[in-house]
Design a protein around this ligand. Structure first.
Ligand code: PEP
Ligand code: MN
Length: 362
């Protein structure tokens, strides 16, 4: 027999073995489903680690090579996992925020504004609340532009302890007062669990900032409120960590969560952070939550706000957050990247030209 004929013969034998193994695997899967049903009838825990250990020991005892035992056990464990999934066990392990758990999009509703219903929202306002005159001027401008949700930081997480730390609770009151005058909803960052209760009457959305994405106590506490939460991605958080952070909130009972990509730390210094634009479609695929993009903190550059916002909406973001200020040059924080009112008009016009579905009050 020529070597080629011999190879062909061995390969045919391999194909035959594959067929038999496939048949055995299918039969094993069917049996697992049957076992699952019987166990359910008995009200028994479906996952049985003792039984799994017995099967793995059996493999170790009966292994006659040539595969090494750990390798074989690994293959069998994969099979056990697949069987558990067939028995419906994976559902118990699937995250609440996961798309596998809930196929339909979560839609976050505030009185008068909706996030995640297919019409992107624009959230705008100053980096920080500085005075009533300032936020009132902003609120007036936003209302004229058709924006429904105003941002403004009262509690500011600043890198340096010597920088303006925000007006705190007084700032929240000023923000709410200005927003009410112009029929706007309010979003503001809360940094500590202790500040939540007093803030609730003043905010329509609680913002959890990038620096607090893994402040698990804060996540649990905002999860106990009935206010929507906008959760920002941590400065160096992976998408998986971001999703788990959202899970903390949902596991505490609050399902009204908005994810916000705000740029991550990379070696690149041309922008303040690197906008991870593909995080948007990934998060939309992996979770059922609305996803927004903060173009200000991700780019840190005024000239990039419009292109970044267009990119965000093009990849399916449910909205964009941008900072604007009556006089950015004298802003107490983020002076270099906030838009003045004329620039804000240009931004809104540029965005609506390409994305007329933007949810602005006409
Ligand atoms: C902010 O939005 O005010 C802010 C501080 O952003 P981040 O937490 O994303 O840095
Ligand atoms: Mn800012």
């Amino acid at each position: 027999m020529s070597p080629q004929d011999q190879l062909n013969r061995l390969r045919r034998e391999m194909d035959e073995l594959n067929r038999e193994m496939l048949d055995l695997l299918s039969r094993r899967g069917e049996l697992a489903v049957e076992i699952g049903k019987v166990k359910r009838l008995q009200g028994v825990e479906r996952y049985d680690p003792v039984r799994e250990r017995e099967m793995l020991d059996f493999i170790a005892a009966e292994n006659r090579g040539p595969f090494e035992t750990p390798r074989l056990q690994h293959l069998f464990k994969e099979m056990f996992k697949a069987s558990a999934e067939l028995q419906g066990e994976d559902r118990d392990k699937t995250l609440l925020v996961s798309r596998k758990r809930q196929a339909e999009d979560t839609v976050v509703t505030l009185g008068g504004a909706t996030i995640g219903n297919g019409r992107p929202q624009l959230i705008a306002g100053p980096c920080a609340v500085e005075s009533f005159e300032q936020v009132n001027a902003v609120a007036e401008k936003l209302a004229l532009s058709g924006v429904k949700i105003m941002r403004g930081g009262a509690y500011k997480p600043r890198t340096s302890p010597y920088d303006f730390q925000g007006l705190g609770f007084d700032g929240l009151k000023l923000l709410k007062q200005a927003a009410d005058r112009h029929d706007l909803r309010v979003i503001s960052e809360i940094m500590t669990p202790g500040a939540i209760d007093s803030a609730l009457p003043y905010v329509d959305i609680i913002q959890v900032g990038a620096r607090n994405m893994q402040n698990f106590d804060l996540l649990k506490e905002v999860g106990k409120t009935d206010k929507p939460v906008l959760l920002k991605r941590g400065l160096s958080a992976t998408i998986e960590e971001f999703i788990y952070a959202a899970e903390y909130i949902m596991a505490s009972g609050n399902h009204q969560i908005i994810l916000c990509e705000r740029g991550i730390r990379t070696y690149e210094r041309a922008t303040r952070n690197t906008l991870d634009i593909t995080a948007v479609p990934i998060l939309k695929q992996e979770t059922h939550l609305p996803v927004m993009v903060d173009v200000t903190h991700s780019t840190g550059r005024r000239d990039l706000l419009l292109p970044a916002a267009k990119a965000a909406l093009a990849v399916g973001a449910d909205g964009v957050m941008v900072e604007m200020h009556p006089n950015p040059a004298i802003a107490l924080s983020d002076a270099q990247q906030q838009l003045d009112f004329d620039q804000f008009d240009e931004f809104v016009n540029g965005l609506t030209t390409q994305f007329p579905q933007l949810d602005l009050v006409k």
